[in-house]
Design a protein. Structure first.
Length: 208
């Protein structure tokens, strides 16, 4: 195996070229292509070309929301850290994560739920007047709580990115979302996902 002589500033461009080559003749929806390739670039996992499910024009609606100054809510500090906050700030948005909020910890104990679920409720209480994109990459309970908040009309997100990872309710929480028609979504079917995948999808939208 021969090493490639690639300058640091060219590594990402070369990576995207390799991804395009390895996808071969596969036809991707042009609207969704940049998101799919960014996720593959982050994970080196070509299964995401099949696993990512987009509601109609979810990418376009997410980009429009960001251009209008939408803020992003994540379920983990890792996802928050991975989002390009400088690019988001240029559009007038911010990234929020309430998982470490003491009020969230207390609420989770009192209600017998997870901090991730309580953090979704806290986000809606604090940020309810803002245009919001939710990016959930770790906790199925966060996605399930968000679904309950949608059902109660407590929030109407501009976009839901649902890619929680794991073996307990991860796949099930995502499948439940696929029948919704009241909110745009980008969902990763199955057990795969993660905070890095949630951040990659956000960044793909920001780079548009």
């Amino acid at each position: 195996m021969k090493l490639q002589n690639v300058l640091p500033q060219d590594i990402e461009r070369r990576s995207m070229e390799i991804i395009t080559q390895e996808l071969g003749d596969r036809k991707l929806d042009p609207e969704n292509e940049a998101v799919i390739k960014r996720v593959i670039h982050t994970s080196a996992d070509f299964e995401y070309a099949d696993r990512l499910v987009f509601s109609p024009h979810a990418v376009r609606r997410g980009v429009e929301a960001l251009r209008a100054g939408a803020c992003i809510v994540t379920d983990t500090e890792m996802a928050r850290a991975g989002i390009n906050k400088r690019a988001l700030a240029r559009l007038g948005g911010e990234v929020y994560c309430y998982i470490a909020d003491p009020a969230v910890s207390l609420q989770a104990k009192q209600s017998g739920t997870t901090r991730s679920a309580a953090a979704m409720r806290q986000a809606v209480r604090v940020l309810g007047g803002k245009k919001l994109i939710f990016a959930i990459g770790n906790a199925p309970t966060a996605l399930l709580e968000l679904e309950a908040l949608l059902d109660s009309a407590a929030v109407r997100p501009a976009l839901v990115i649902g890619v929680p990872v794991g073996f307990v309710n991860a796949e099930e929480s995502k499948e439940r979302f696929l029948s919704r028609t009241d909110v745009p979504y980008i969902i990763a079917r199955g057990r795969k996902g993660g905070s890095n995948i949630a951040a990659a999808i956000c960044n793909a939208l920001l780079y548009r």
